[in-house]
Design a protein around this ligand. Structure first.
Ligand code: FES
Length: 168
């Protein structure tokens, strides 16, 4: 039966199938299979999960359960910079919701939190244990404290510059 791969790259799907075929016991190797799929596609969208379910004879719900359980798997396209805005209570009362809005507006993020240019993902997180310097924003591994709405443009610019430096 044919199923919808929603425009996923055929060469990559073939590579994934070849990789899956190397395992006699696909169920025992499902984490490796998902890692491989994420490495070549960059993320694990639902249609790819269904594809993997078919080739491993596992229920799609089981695959989805694994993908959503482990934080190192992503169902959505990821940008280079992961912007986490803390909406824990201490940060929230100091205005982190406004900061979240400012990031979303500035980066024109879509419903999945991906910026229009594909470089940033904006997400909310709960307390990261740095309440004393709230509102807190984390970009990849870097923590920003006492963030104000007026800092948002600067934070974005610093990471765009970082990227430009890496590319030169
Ligand atoms: S509530 Fe944001 S760091 Fe604790």
């Amino acid at each position: 039966m044919k199923f919808d791969t929603m425009g996923l790259d055929n060469a990559l799907l073939k590579s994934l199938k070849d990789y899956i075929d190397t395992f006699d016991n696909k169920e025992n190797n499902i984490i490796s299979i998902l890692h491989y799929a994420q490495d070549i596609f960059g993320y694990l969208p639902k249609e790819l999960q269904v594809y993997i379910a078919r080739l491993t004879n596992l229920p799609a719900s089981r695959i989805n359960g694994i993908v959503t359980f482990y934080s190192f798997f992503n169902e959505n396209k990821m940008g280079k910079f992961k912007v986490d805005v803390c909406l824990g209570t201490a940060c929230f009362v100091k205005g982190s919701e406004e900061i979240m809005k400012a990031f979303k507006d500035e980066l024109s993020v879509d419903g999945d939190g991906l910026s229009e240019d594909g470089l940033f993902n904006v997400n909310s997180i709960r307390c990261v244990g740095a309440c004393g310097i709230g509102p807190v924003v984390r970009v990849n591994d870097k923590i920003y404290g006492h963030v104000e709405v007026s800092d948002v443009k600067e934070i974005i610019k610093a990471h765009r510059n970082e990227l430009a430096t890496e590319e030169n």
